[in-house]
Design a binder for this molecule. Sequence first.
Ligand code: PLP
Length: 397
Amino acid sequence: MKLAARAGRITPSPTLAMAATAKAMAASGIDVADFSSGEPDFDTPEPVKAAAEAAIRAGFTKYTPSSGIDELRHAIIDKLQREQGLHYEKSQVLVSCGAKHSLYNLAEALLEAGDELIIPVPYWVSYADQTLLNDATPVFLQTREEDGYAIDAQEITRLVTPRTKAIIVNSPCNPTGATYNRATLEQLAELAVSRDLLLISDEIYEKVLYNGATHTSIASLGPEVAARTVVINGVSKAYAMTGWRIGYAAGPKDLLTAMANIQSQSTSNPCSISQKAAVVALREGDAFTKKMVSEFDRRRRVIVDRLNAMSGIRCPMPSGAFYAFPNVSGLLGRKSPTGTISTPTDLANYLLKEFQVAVVPGEPFGSNQHIRLSYATSLETIVRGMDRLDAAFKQLT
Ligand SMILES: Cc1ncc(COP(=O)(O)O)c(C=O)c1O
């Protein structure tokens, strides 16, 4: 069968693939130290689960309005107003099956052949593939570890062409854990306004911040910035609800209407039960998030200290999200008992096969010098996994 060309442009999500391999190994009885999953190991908070149970018992199990129930859209509007001082009408808010789905609706509504989307590197894997799926071209902005992955205003300006449609802003960032300061956000906003570009602000890790830092949405920098920003967010990371599949987008009405139309012709509404649960998460979940993040903070320090103590590894302290992104270039070119480790993918394969440690190699994030480790896993796994990494790296010659 001849498939559509777009299907051949992409690969399955490598983070999901590695997580699936690690889970399958664990299910077959292998003791895996799994750092691949981009999801909190905490259970969904009880009041959220209770709301879902109540929804089932009440028979709230039918189609809902395609764009989401009013109660949830209003909870999102209230949250954005309360936390960021942003004001949206209901027609500007669309609930989807996870933030990934929100981004996909956006890519479909916005992009076509010849369009360019600027993506700072390292980047979350799906930005580039969703762009390719919609016939457009990802344009990569290199950032540097030694600058804390900051965006250089001059460099990004040089990448803007008449075909540039939008810029991805992902702070806190997956995979680096870096956050943008206000000056950077202001420069990006100024560029977007002066060159008539859309800002796609993926704020899914906004509540996973350390050392008392607070999140600033780029949309909050002024009405002319809000008018050209789509805020993407969801409940997966902040409320340990990855499986419930609720994300949302808020932004300019014409764009959000187009996205809502696409959703109504593709998936229809997100799960009715999950929507009821998400209302409670958004209204009552922040105490839970605070506790979870303080535990992530403890783990963050342990994993980064252990990584930095290993020869050949350099790991900056992430300021947000729950990933360590160590530079492993000091190990590349060394030999393992089974062959030369030339790339982060070779290293990840070696770690999984020989030491049962699951990490995600840097290549799908746009780096050939790093690996990504999620520390949204128990301290016991972190200690066990770091002992194995230590042993694995010491065997390289
Ligand atoms: C940066 C980023 N954006 C969006 C998502 C999608 O989250 P979800 O679809 O679970 O809401 C993820 C998940 O890993 C992510 O890391």
